[in-house]
Design a protein around this ligand. Structure first.
Ligand code: 5RP
Length: 262
């Protein structure tokens, strides 16, 4: 007598794991909730900011946002925004930005950032330093205990002239933090071993630290005093809020006096 078997039980429902890109998109969409019609918006650069630019364009197409003017922080973002039909301007015509939204490579507990691993730190800093509000959008992997703490690059933009001299001076400046400096190379595709060249026709020197840098403002001043240095990727005190998307949900950290509502 064959044993009667009922229909196979359905497989247990499994939570779909969020990818890092999903988290970036969640943070980006949350930030775009703060974009209002008529605003001048700083458009960041990188894989997280790209989602924010996409979302702004979508809301414009749907008529849910009107009269937005975007100020892009790189040629890459400029091209993306043009392709999506976002009206654009620059700081010459719009010296004050209502809201800037951008990703970051590191966020420390005081909301100081490292930016520029995508190479756009100079234009990002120019735009974000004149923003009334600067919302940083990250997935939780970007949180660090201190600036440089990821042991990944802290970029410095330098003029091409005698770049190896600038590299040695930067290493010497941060000798106390066990700094190793490297000239950034272009991606292999088409670039070979050529140096990476920024939108502003400069080079990038990436700094890697073994230990904490110490006082960030002093470090910033010292770097900017070196002739040949254009700017660095430390964004000190510029972020007004940070939206962090993690597998357990979204967290918002704000600088005092810059509360944003969820
Ligand atoms: C580009 C940047 C980016 O904002 C930063 O590198 C983060 O990029 P992503 O969102 O792709 O992780 O500073 O210069």
């Amino acid at each position: 007598q064959p044993k009667l078997v009922g229909p196979a039980a359905p497989p247990p429902l499994q939570a779909v794991a969020l990818t890092q890109d999903d988290l970036k998109k969640i943070a980006a969409y949350k930030a775009v909730e703060h974009v209002k019609s008529g605003m001048v918006v700083g458009l960041g650069t990188g894989s997280t900011a790209k989602h924010a630019v996409d979302r702004i364009a979508q809301l414009l197409r749907q008529g849910k946002l009107k009269n937005i003017v975007g100020v892009p922080t790189s040629t890459q973002t400029h091209e993306q925004a043009v392709s999506l039909g976002i009206p654009l301007s620059d700081l010459g015509s719009h010296p004050v930005v209502d809201l800037a939204i951008d990703g970051a490579d590191e966020v420390d507990p005081s909301l100081n950032l490292v930016k520029g691993r995508g190479g756009s730190l100079l234009r990002e800093k120019m735009v974000e330093s004149v923003a009334k509000k600067f919302i940083v959008i990250v997935d939780e992997s970007k949180l660090v205990k201190y600036v440089g703490g990821s042991r990944l690059a802290m970029p410095v933009e330098v003029v091409q002239f005698s770049w190896s001299h600038s590299l040695k001076r930067l290493e010497a400046l941060f000798a106390h933090a066990g700094c190793v400096a490297q000239l950034r190379k272009a991606a292999a595709e088409g670039g070979g071993k050529k140096p990476y060249v920024t939108d502003n026709n400069n080079y990038i020197i990436d700094l890697y630290f073994e230990k904490e840098i110490g006082d960030l403002n002093r470090a910033s001043d010292a770097v900017l005093r070196l002739p040949g240095i254009v700017d660095h990727g430390m964004f000190i005190g510029l972020a007004t809020s940070v939206i962090i998307a993690g597998v357990d949900g979204v967290t918002i950290k704000t600088k005092k006096g810059n509360e944003i509502e969820l």
